[in-house]
Design a binder for this molecule. Structure first.
Ligand code: COA
Length: 201
């Protein structure tokens, strides 16, 4: 990502991930993005993969955009002036201040073009090299293959299953808890996996 270069702006960069469209811009979310964010988060595939509810109004998004939660860094992806993705990391507090929670979504009509990868690359670079976060974590619906594949490509590992974690379209869905430990020398989650008695070492 261009953000690692000292000469590039920290608040705006062109995504140069191989698969991403050449004219994709990644920048900080602005309060004025609220109307496009409302439209994006009301799309069916976005709702299916996230915790967004139907009929969230522009006004609700305007209020949320004006006062983002403490510790949140929020970016958007823009293609020819159209907002095609949003992603954020929210840093926890106190004894969990080394931990960031990740969320990401791409416009239904712009998936599978490398936009999710470009946004996650920008966030991970920010977390590793600027926020000094040691652990990133997220939850994802068990049947969200695209998202799981994306996270695994960025070294997130499955740490557990949350049963009946979300209610989606009239049914409960399990979700996976995934984590990424950043610094070399930190233990891999697999090393702490509880083994069954009869499982070989
Ligand atoms: C998950 C999501 C962010 C991925 O974004 P994207 O822009 O489509 O992702 P990319 O094009 O960068 O592809 C990332 C990886 O996912 C894979 N992928 C994308 N769509 C896929 C699909 N429908 N099925 C299987 N794999 C898929 C790509 O092949 C790629 O993996 P690879 O590099 O190993 O080939 C996007 O599908 C989305 O926003 N979905 C709706 C909201 C959502 O589910 N958010 C995640 C909440 S946890």
């Amino acid at each position: 990502m261009g953000t690692s270069s000292p000469s590039s702006s920290q608040s705006e960069s062109s995504a140069d991930t191989a698969a991403a469209p050449a004219n994709l811009t990644i920048r900080a979310r602005e309060p004025s993005d609220f109307a496009q964010i409302a439209a994006l988060t009301n799309l069916p595939k976005v709702r299916w993969g996230t915790l967004r509810l139907p009929f969230t109004s522009k006004e609700q998004w305007r209020k949320m955009s004006e006062v983002p939660p403490d510790g949140m860094t929020c970016i958007v992806a823009e293609l020819g002036g159209v907002l095609v993705g949003i992603a954020h990391v929210t840093q926890h507090k106190g004894r969990r201040s080394h931990v960031g929670n990740i969320g990401i979504l791409v416009h239904d009509d712009f998936c599978e073009r490398g936009i999710g990868s470009a946004m996650l690359a920008a966030l991970v670079e920010d977390c590793d090299n600027w926020l000094n976060l040691k652990r990133l974590e997220l939850t994802v619906n068990v049947d969200n293959e695209a998202a799981i594949r994306l996270y695994k490509r960025f070294d997130f590992e499955v740490e557990g299953t949350r049963r009946a974690d979300t209610f989606r379209g009239g049914k409960y869905v399990d979700s996976l808890f995934m984590g990424r430990l950043i610094r070399p020398g930190w233990p891999s989650v697999n090393r702490h996996r509880i083994r069954h008695k009869d499982e070989p070492d």
